[in-house]
Design a protein around this ligand. Structure first.
Ligand code: AN7
Length: 356
C-alpha cells in the first residue's frame, strides 16, 4: 500500500484562495486553522423535535476559537506589508489568536485586555505566545478606543475586526457550513459581541450565493447577553455585565453591518439571559459531549428561545456556531457545576457512593 495525501488541509487561505483577497505565498502565516466539524445533535430531540440541529464547533481551531480564521488573514496581510508588530483590544480570544499568529510570523504582538475580566485560558495563551499583555483598568470598549488611537500614529498594525481582512478570513466559516451540508441552513445562530462574526458569516453566505454555489440564503440569528445587549437596546451600554466575558461588549465595532446582516437575511438580533446561556452551555456538554465556552452557548440558547417562541419549524436546518472551546474558561465550569465527590481510598465505600 502507498501513503496518500488525501484530506490534508492547508488552512483557510490556501483552501479558499479563489474567494479571498490575494496574498503572496511567502506571506501566508497559518496554523492550519479551519475545517472544523459540523456536529449533528442527536440528543436534543425533546427540545427541537424534527428540526435538524448542527453545531459548527469552532473551539477546535488551533488556538481554540473562530478568531484564528480572521487572524491568519490579518497577520498574513500585515506580513506582506512588512509590519513588525500587531496590536488588538480583546475580551480574550482575539488576544490569544493574535499572540499565536504573531509568534508564527516572527512579529511582536501587543494586546490590551480588561484587567481581571478575561478567562484564564485565554490570558495564559497570550502570555505563552510572547505577546506583551497590557491589562487596563477599564472594559473592552475602553481598550478598543485606545488601540484605535495608537494605530493612527504608530507603526503597529491593528488586528481587531475593524481590519477588513479579519472579516474576510472569518467568512470561511460560512463556506465550510455550505460545503458540509451541500446547501445553506435555514437559520444560522451566532453569539454577538463586537459583531464581526455575524458580519463575516453573512458576507460568506452572500458570496457563495452570488457564485451560484448555494441556491438560498440563511436567516442570520444573532444573540447578545442580556446585560451586554447594545444592538438589541439600540444604544451603547456603558457598563456591560455578563458571565460570558467574551461578549461583554457595550459598543460593538461592526454594529451597522450586523444590522444589515439581520435585515437583509430576515433574521433577528436578540438577547438571552446569563441563566439561559449557562443552561445551554451545560446542556451541550452533558447531552451532546460538546464543551464550548459560555459566550458560545448564546447561539444555542438563542435557538432554544426561538424554538419555544414558535419561530423554528420541523424540517428546518439550524446551525449554531460554537465560537470557542470550553477549556478556555474552566473557572466558570467549576463554579457553575456540582463539586466532585470526595471519597476515602477504599473500594467498598467507593462502590457504595457509586450506587452499587
Ligand atoms: C467565544 O476576543 O471580541 O461578535 O476580543 O470570543 O465577532 O465579536 C471575542 C468575541 C463570540 C463574539 N464568542 O464575536 C475578543 C472578542 C466568543 C468570542 C464572540 C467572541 P464577535
Amino acid at each position: 500500500m502507498q501513503l496518500t495525501r488525501k484530506g490534508l488541509w492547508g488552512g483557510i487561505i490556501r483552501e479558499f484562495r479563489d474567494f479571498l483577497p490575494e496574498i503572496s505565498d511567502d506571506a501566508i502565516t497559518t496554523l492550519l486553522e479551519g475545517n472544523t466539524p459540523l456536529i449533528e445533535c442527536d440528543n436534543l430531540k425533546d427540545i427541537f423535535g424534527d428540526i435538524r440541529l448542527l453545531l459548527k464547533y469552532e473551539g477546535l481551531n488551533p488556538t481554540g476559537s473562530f478568531k484564528d480564521r480572521g487572524m491568519t488573514m490579518a497577520v498574513s496581510k500585515a506580513r506582506e506589508e512588512n509590519a513588525k508588530a500587531i496590536i488588538c483590544a480583546s475580551t480574550g480570544n482575539t488576544s490569544a489568536a493574535a499572540a499565536a499568529y504573531a509568534a508564527k510570523a516572527g512579529m511582536k504582538a501587543f494586546v490590551l485586555v480588561p484587567d481581571g475580566a478575561i478567562a484564564m485560558g485565554k490570558l495564559s495563551q497570550a502570555i505563552m505566545h510572547g505577546a506583551m499583555v497590557l491589562q487596563i483598568k477599564g472594559n473592552f470598549d475602553d481598550a478598543l478606543t485606545i488601540v484605535k488611537e495608537i494605530t493612527g500614529d504608530y507603526p503597529v498594525k491593528m488586528v481587531n475586526s475593524i481590519n477588513p481582512f479579519r472579516i474576510e478570513g472569518q467568512k470561511t466559516g460560512a463556506f465550510e457550513v455550505c460545503e458540509h451540508l451541500g446547501y445553506a441552513p435555514t437559520y444560522h445562530f451566532l453569539p454577538v459581541g463586537n459583531a464581526g462574526n455575524i458580519t463575516a458569516y453573512w458576507k460568506g453566505y452572500k458570496q457563495y450565493h452570488h457564485e451560484n454555489i448555494i441556491t438560498h440564503l440563511p436567516k442570520m440569528m444573532g444573540f447578545q447577553a442580556d446585560g451586554a445587549a447594545p444592538i438589541v437596546r439600540g444604544r451603547p451600554v456603558e457598563h456591560p455585565e455578563t458571565i460570558a466575558t467574551a461578549i461583554k461588549i457595550g459598543n460593538p465595532a461592526s454594529w451597522d453591518s450586523a444590522l444589515r446582516a439581520r435585515d437583509e437575511s430576515g433574521g433577528v438580533i436578540e438577547a438571552v439571559t446569563d441563566e439561559e446561556i449557562l443552561a445551554a452551555y451545560k446542556l451541550l456538554a452533558a447531552r451532546e459531549g460538546v464543551y464550548c465556552e459560555p459566550a458560545s452557548a448564546a447561539s444555542l440558547a438563542g435557538a432554544i428561545k426561538m424554538k419555544k417562541d414558535g419561530v423554528l419549524n420541523d424540517g428546518d436546518t439550524v446551525v449554531c456556531t460554537l465560537t470557542g472551546h470550553g477549556l478556555k474558561d474552566p473557572d466558570i465550569a467549576l463554579k457553575s457545576s456540582e463539586k466532585p465527590v470526595k471519597v476515602p481510598a477504599e473500594t467498598k465505600k467507593i462502590l457504595k457512593v457509586m450506587g452499587f
